[in-house]
Design a protein around this ligand. Structure first.
Ligand SMILES: Cc1ncc(C[n+]2csc(CCOP(=O)(O)OP(=O)(O)O)c2C)c(N)n1
Ligand SMILES: [Mg+2]
Length: 652
């Protein structure tokens, strides 16, 4: 049997029918389709979504304000659902499509599934160039959508209806693959979207994809255990893979059985609650003194579900040259990093197997005790930062106080969302995570503008979990700087339209505090990082007369202005009690930093310069460069039982 539908109608039908199963739980995979329409998708995918909605279809249509932001929302959604559900995003040809590129890169870098459906120029090319078409004098088959190839985990273009089935199956295969997932792009020429075809009905049959939990190969597990058992000062580095796999309980069991302390990357923060005696908190360039000290001394580093970004390794200065690595990762690509003994497996499966294989082994008790003592020491630093460090120069709050108030006035299950600026580093060091899903900082791409849109996706995911009976409701608290806000806060309108409640803490410090501090430390004198009026000597005039609170109110949110700690506390409580989206506006002093991490981050300084500040910074830079390690020592060779070369000669 066949059904006659357009390519776009068939696509929507297919998306509606996809389900996933993990640990015996079956749920719909695609839960919505974001879209902004233009001539490249309005009559194709747009018509199909309308027809679907009129027929009472399951897949909801979500209207966004910016294509990049729609991708962010979809990514935030998928992350909060631990990659067990995803959304699609449809855009028109040209700028609608290219607006999605940043979101695509963000999704692929963070290994988070999103299905991108950019419209494409006519497959038939009859009236080319169509509005917004990129013409190439040297290639006839190129469009702007080819720019998606390097930032997509999978790319396809459907030039004929017959190609759709293979494109959809290939796309979904990659989206549900924990080792490959990311942005999956299917470019859809605008004429092909509207073209009818007789589709085999099986294409629309309900399909259940298994979300794989690959188990460790026994020999690889054994090698890993041999390295771990030889350790005197081991350390776990927990990455995002721990959370996506739902391996937090298994990690805790492993840590408690072995006495190995646990440090967390940005994506892995929340793997252990902050007050667990073995929780060292953040590692790396934005690490705690506890985690970074243990990392410096570690003889064996057990990385679980981590990409080892330069923030995690402090640009390869945080681990000693002789350290051995044992990497558990579902992706062989990550598992092999830093010359590790690699275990290519699901984090939860591997942790359970490692715990069982410990066979009574524990790290030396004094090592575990040292970790706990150092963690407590750092917690006292956090406490001091929360309650108020040095008095702010002019009565404005400082950022660490804002973080403290938000942490202490929200529910342990609430989710804090952030992405770029000085807050991700401060949150990494200072946020007391009390729930495995309580910390959502996008730091793979650290994309300014992710915050509000990503937070919207997180809240939608939380609401879907409530509806599916998987979890209770929780508030989502977006923490966003003025720079990120100005770059992209437009999805606040979508939150209002959808009746999805967000709490937004808008931290106004009149510029880029993060890059300002970085610039100063690199001898570049905070050049170009303040928001000021231009004078004869540069951008160094008065503060700009912008009122971001009024801006937020104009977008339909309730707005509260907080000046003192007490007002901020009241505002967060009021926002929690409200059912509406509330933006809390607070001014902070950009010149008072949070307690510093002891680690370094490699950002090259000009080798020659006419500025004394740059010359000094270069000298410091060169000193730090000498601390950088290679981590090229091969992992112990697999044992073969009997090594052939050393076998005794056959006496016969
Ligand atoms: C899209 C994008 N452009 C540029 C950057 C580089 N960058 C990182 S933080 C930052 C400034 C952020 O300013 P704001 O949101 O006000 O936060 P603050 O640094 O003041 O805490 C910039 C420009 C980025 N991460 N993302
Ligand atoms: Mg700022």
């Amino acid at each position: 049997m066949t059904t006659r539908l357009t390519v776009a109608q068939a696509l929507v039908r297919f998306l509606e029918a996809q389900h996933v199963e993990r640990d015996g739980v079956r749920t719909p995979f695609f839960t919505g389709c974001w879209g902004i329409f233009g001539h490249g998708n309005v009559a194709g995918v747009g018509q199909a979504l309308l027809q679907h909605e009129v027929a009472g279809g399951r897949l909801r249509y979500l209207q966004g304000r910016n294509e990049q932001a729609m991708v962010h929302a979809a990514v935030g959604y998928a992350r909060h659902r631990d990659r067990t559900a995803a959304m699609a995003v449809t855009a028109s040809v040209g700028p609608g499509a290219t607006n999605m590129l940043t979101g695509a890169a963000l999704a692929t870098i963070n290994r988070l599934p999103v299905l991108l459906l950019p419209g494409d120029t006519f497959a038939t090319r009859v009236a080319q160039p169509v509005l917004q078409e990129l013409e190439s004098p040297t290639a006839g088959d190129v469009s702007v959508n080819d720019a998606f190839r390097p930032v997509s985990a999978y790319f396809d273009r459907v030039d004929r209806p017959e190609q759709l089935a293979s494109a959809l199956l290939g796309a979904t295969r990659v989206l549900v693959d924990p080792a490959l997932t990311g942005a999956v792009t299917i470019a859809l020429p605008q004429d092909v979207q509207a073209e009818a075809h007789d589709w085999p009905d099986e294409l629309f049959a309900e399909r259940t994809w298994h979300l794989a939990r690959p188990v460790p190969e026994p020999a690889a597990l054994q090698r890993a255990l041999d390295v771990v058992r030889g350790a005197r000062r081991p350390l776990v580095v927990a990455g995002g893979g721990v959370l996506y796999s739902g391996a937090d309980a298994a990690l805790r069991a492993f840590a408690e059985a072995s006495g190995v302390p646990v440090a967390e990357t940005q994506a892995g923060k929340g793997s252990l609650p902050h007050d667990h005696p073995q929780a060292l908190g953040a590692i790396g360039a934005t690490g705690t003194t506890a985690a970074d000290a243990l990392a410096n001394d570690a003889d064996v580093v057990i990385g679980i579900g981590t990409r080892y970004s330069d923030f995690t390794t402090a640009s390869r200065t945080v681990f000693a040259e002789g350290a051995r690595f044992v990497n558990v990762n579902v992706s062989a690509f990550d598992a092999h990093k830093l010359s590790a003994t690699s275990v290519v497996a699901d984090a939860r499966e591997a942790l359970v197997a490692l715990t069982a294989g410990l066979d009574g082994w524990t790290a030396p008790a004094e090592h575990t005790a040292r970790a706990t003592a150092l963690a407590q020491e750092w917690d006292r630093v956090v406490e001091a930062a929360y309650t108020g460090p040095a008095p702010a120069t002019d009565g404005r709050l400082v950022q660490s106080q804002v973080i403290g108030v938000v942490n202490e006035t929200t529910d342990p299950r609430d989710v804090v969302v952030c992405a770029a600026g000085s807050m991700p580093g401060d949150l990494h060091k200072l946020w007391r995570t009390r729930d495995r899903k309580g910390y959502h900082v996008e730091y793979g791409f650290s994309c300014m503008g992710y915050e509000v849109a990503g937070g919207l996706g997180v809240k939608m995911a939380a609401l879907d979990e409530v509806e599916a009976g998987l979890a209770d409701d929780r508030d989502v608290v977006v923490m966003v700087g003025d720079g990120s806000w100005l770059m992209m806060s437009s999805e606040l309108v979508t939150a209002v339209a959808e009746g999805v409640k967000l709490i937004v803490v808008l931290v106004q410090n009149h510029g880029f505090a993060s890059i300002g501090a970085l610039s100063e430390s690199l001898g570049s004198q905070r050049f170009g990082t303040r928001y000021r009026r231009r004078t004869a000597s540069g951008l160094d005039g008065d503060l700009l007369p912008v009122d971001l609170a009024a801006n937020a109110a104009s977008l339909g949110a309730d707005v509260l202005r907080a000046v003192t700690i007490e007002e901020l506390r009241e505002a967060v409580l009021a926002a929690r009690a409200s059912t509406r989206t509330t933006v809390i506006h607070v001014e902070t002093d950009p010149l008072v930093p949070a307690p510093d991490s002891p680690a370094w981050w490699d950002v090259p300084v000009a080798e020659v310069s006419e500025l004394a500040s740059t010359q000094e910074a270069r000298a410091t830079y060169e000193k730090h460069k000498t601390d950088q390690r290679h981590h090229l020592t091969p992992a112990p060779a697999p044992t073969t039982g009997r090594d052939r070369a050393s076998q005794p000669k056959d006496p016969s």
